[in-house]
Design a protein around this ligand. Structure first.
Ligand code: PRP
Ligand code: GLN
Ligand code: MG
Length: 490
């Protein structure tokens, strides 16, 4: 789940793009990059690593210009190599740099089309480079470089591309272009502030936290299928560029991906997680009346909001029993299972006195491959817990995610093909309880948006875009942990 930012300012924007990326780092730890439109040149600097590792004073000083875009990457297509770091660049038409959050599900067909019909070469295995070439071709078919021409080009992109995409582009001679897939699966928010000279400055970003720290006011989310053009002079144009389709924002953003201090689709991520805790706490009371839980302990970081509310509903103590090594990143978005498994131990260490002789309820936001929970349950026992229960604020993850979360292979998911009893046994806990999907959706929608629809495909197996026959098998062959291991070895 990558992070993207685009800014049109009245002064140089590179330093602000950098700061914006640092608060979106939780969305992608593999690579980072910035592209700026500097007069007649597009400047690009990118590479593997965390934002702080990819840029230094020298590289930042080369990123001149008042229009720019930035990206931090968690790969869902192609390799983890530096040549697939973003932004991507094409020199024709005009010079375009693009940064993409999401995942296309018709990349192979589009790649062929781009080569055979559009006569364009895509040099990597990245779906984002294919998307850039589709946009470039559609823009090239227009007569002028105007906001209207961009909107017509985006209509073409939306007709051809399938999947999840939130995108920012820097277009030389025009400014910033942003667009979002017609189902609005991936998030994208628009903000505005006054520059030093009193003129408007704009930002488009994956999460509103980037707006907050840079002093932008949150205007609204980019609509599903909408295109936005902000010229280098600071004029904003917006237009719907796709036929209406079901609006289905990704529910996993609220479960795990986004920062709690972000607002997505007018819903506070923090509040959504608290409500998940309330509904799950109520389910525990219903299903385990007269429970013997002494203490609720979150598996940091993401489960904290839900765990605190579960403790409140149950009327038992909430305690921080695991200390997180702040220098280890998120384990779930690491590329290989070996690395993920090793990192849980390096990341979390128990405080034994919170476990000794107690019946503990561990809470996680989600159980995906089971890497974290399996080790944590054992750590709790080793630390002296009398009994260890486990609660997941999300339902069992049984299906692949294909819109920007790298869960391509159902057999790597601990809940795939297993009953809750089987999973309980495998994870080694005394009992296990999952949130129900209806409760999760109601908790995220909250009182403001009852009945709202989400992309919950990894829980329900229902895919809003439809799926070509054979697609799952193809991505399994390309992107399972086994396939990635082989690719790295070769
Ligand atoms: O079942 P698994 O495959 O282990 O995946 C689920 C776990 O991974 C995530 O944590 P992560 O360490 O990535 O980040 P966090 O510190 O934000 O919780 C998530 O919060 C769960 O703890
Ligand atoms: N997680 C994402 O948004 C990934 C973007 C793109 N599919 C890539 O692999 O680089
Ligand atoms: Mg976690």
């Amino acid at each position: 789940m990558c992070g993207i930012v685009g800014i049109v300012g009245q002064a140089e924007v590179a330093a602000e793009l950098y700061d914006g990326l640092t608060v979106l780092q939780h969305r992608g730890q593999d690579a980072a990059g910035i592209a700026t439109a500097d007069g007649g040149k597009l400047r690009v600097h990118k590479g593997n690593g965390l934002v702080r590792d990819v840029f230094d004073a020298g590289s930042m000083s080369l990123l001149g210009g008042r229009v720019g875009i930035a990206h931090c990457r968690y790969p869902t297509a192609g390799s983890e190599g530096s040549d697939e770091a973003q932004p991507f660049y094409v020199n024709s038409p005009f010079g375009i740099a693009l940064a993409h959050n999401g995942n296309l599900i018709n990349t192979d067909a589009l790649r062929r089309e781009v080569f055979e019909q559009d006569r364009r070469n895509v040099n990597t295995e990245s779906d984002s480079e294919v998307l850039l070439n589709v946009f470039a071709h559609e823009l090239d078919s227009q007569k002028a470089l105007t906001p209207d021409a961009v909107f017509r080009a985006l209509e073409g992109v939306n007709r051809r591309a399938k999947g999840g995409y939130a995108v920012v582009c820097a277009v030389l001679g025009l400014g910033l272009v942003a667009f979002r897939d017609p189902n609005g699966i991936r998030p994208l928010v628009l903000g505005k502030r006054k520059g030093a000279n009193g003129d408007d400055e704009y930002i488009v970003a994956s999460e509103s936290v980037a707006l907050d720290i840079l002093g932008f006011e949150r205007l609204r989310d980019v609509e599903p299928g909408e295109g936005i053009v902000i010229t280098a002079r600071g004029e904003l144009f917006a237009q719907q560029c796709a036929a209406p389709q079901a609006h289905a924002p990704c529910i996993f953003e609220y479960v795990y991906f986004a920062r709690p201090d972000s607002m997505i689709e007018e819903i506070s991520v923090h509040k959504a997680r608290m409500r998940m805790g309330v509904t799950l706490g109520e389910k525990i009371l219903r299903e385990r009346p007269g429970h013997d839980i002494d203490v609720v302990i979150p598996i940091p970081d993401t489960s904290r909001d839900a765990a605190l509310e579960i403790a409140n509903v149950l009327g038992v103590k909430y305690r921080e029993g695991f200390i997180k090594n702040r220098y280890v990143g998120r384990t779930f978005i690491m590329p290989g299972q070996g690395e993920r498994a090793k990192s849980v131990k390096r990341k979390l260490n128990p405080i034994p006195l919170e476990f000794r002789n107690r019946v503990v309820l561990l809470v996680d936001d989600s159980i995906v491959r089971g890497t974290t929970s399996q080790q944590i349950v054992q750590m709790a026992r080793d630390a002296g817990a009398k009994k260890v229960y486990l609660a997941s604020a999300a339902p069992p993850v049984r299906h692949p995610n294909i819109y920007g979360i790298d869960m391509p292979s159902s057999d790597e998911l601990v809940a795939h093909g297993r009953s809750e009893k089987d999973i309980e046994q495998l994870l080694g806990c005394d009992w296990l309880i999952y949130q129900d999907l209806a409760d999760l959706e109601a908790a995220v929608a909250g009182p403001k948006f009852p009945g709202r629809r989400f992309d919950s495909s990894c829980f329900s197996g229902e895919y809003v875009t439809g799926i070509e026959p054979g697609y799952f098998e193809r991505i399994r062959q390309l992107r399972s942990d086994e396939a990635k291991k082989k690719r790295r070895a070769s």
